[in-house]
Design a protein around this ligand. Structure first.
Ligand code: NAP
Length: 290
């Protein structure tokens, strides 16, 4: 019988890519858990993919989504109730007797406890460890796709993008490589009980990222470094909730200090493929920046 793998957050940046890459493998039924059926419409066209509506705050919908799921790829959104929602998902996975839970976490979840994001993810990881469900944690660095989701509009409109990372280098990763690791971990063996720190192949500053985007698009792009106080005011004026502003600024400060600049070889080791460079990422998504 085909195994069923539930992917939560399947319309999001990582979940969608995991559903796409899983759909290319044989003998797997992918259950794409979507918050909104309309947003998940395109996923229905992928081979072997069924779409289920799933609200992390609605126990009935969770119960339905986890029924007969053999394995789970678990994404929870970057919201203030992320920990609570994740714990509800783990409880359902336990009830459904899931055989493997692969959790999207964050790099240095266990060592950067001064950062809100790392603390939250580690709390979820510990809840999973205590649940007794066989697990694997994927701990990626900052996504290259953040440049599309958060910076591309100002790059297109003004030829600039804004952060508070100084000259700090970041070993950012292409989400396609996180998904490739997820597929290997879900379908391969021997990954239970492991935590994998995932980065791209190089570490670059935002100044270097701007230069690469300029080279690829042929239009000048400038990185503007914004003092933390000014960044805080701008984010609050844009209606960003205060907890999120604090989380973003402490992260950017850590980036500026180079605390997320180390690269790992894990993607290469697990997938036998070199992870995408930032230049390749920009080439593959050139339209987003023009
Ligand atoms: N961005 C980074 O650089 C980075 C790096 C490392 C780790 N992370 C971690 O990655 C995770 C986010 O992954 P992502 O970027 O793929 O997320 P995303 O693109 O924001 O997608 C979140 C998904 O969750 C769904 N969702 C939101 N609220 C829901 C609810 N109440 N019930 C059911 N589904 C719900 C969303 O659907 P709707 O849109 O329809 O609501 C969407 O499909 C976070 O845990 C974050 O801490 C991010």
């Amino acid at each position: 019988m085909h195994k069923t793998i539930l992917v939560t957050g399947a319309t999001g940046t990582v979940g969608k890519e995991v559903a796409i890459q899983l759909s290319m493998t044989d003998d797997i039924r992918v259950r794409a858990g979507v918050h909104s059926i309309i947003k998940g419409e395109n996923l229905k066209r992928l081979p072997g993919v069924e779409v289920v509506e799933m609200d992390f705050k609605d126990k009935n919908s969770l119960h339905a989504a986890f029924t007969h799921a053999d394995k789970v790829f678990m994404v929870t959104p970057f919201t203030s109730d992320q920990v609570e929602m994740a714990k509800a998902l783990v409880d359902e996975a336990k009830k459904a007797d899931a055989k493997h839970l692969v959790k999207l976490s964050v790099i240095k979840a266990d060592t950067e406890q001064g950062l809100m994001l790392a603390r939250w993810h580690r709390e979820i990881e510990q809840y999973i460890e205590d649940s007794g469900i066989p697990y694997t944690f994927l701990r990626p660095s900052s996504f290259m796709q953040n440049f599309i989701n958060y910076d591309a509009a100002s790059i297109r409109n003004e030829g600039r993008f804004y952060h508070s990372t100084g000259h700090g280098k970041i070993a950012c990763i292409d989400v396609r490589d996180i998904a490739a690791v997820a597929v290997e971990v879900l379908l391969g063996s021997g990954h239970e009980g492991k935590a994998y720190e995932l980065t791209g192949p190089e570490s670059i500053s935002n100044q270097e990222a701007a230069q690469i985007i300029s080279d690829v698009t042929g239009s000048p792009v400038q990185y503007v470094d914004v003092p933390a106080d000014a960044a805080r005011n701008a984010m609050l004026e844009n209606q960003m909730p205060e907890w999120m502003v604090n989380a973003m600024l402490e992260l950017e400060s850590a980036y500026s200090e180079g605390r997320f600049s180390n690269t790992t070889h894990t993607v290469q080791q697990l997938t036998s493929r070199t992870p995408h460079s930032f230049r390749q990422f920009v080439k593959d998504h050139q339209d987003s920046f023009e």
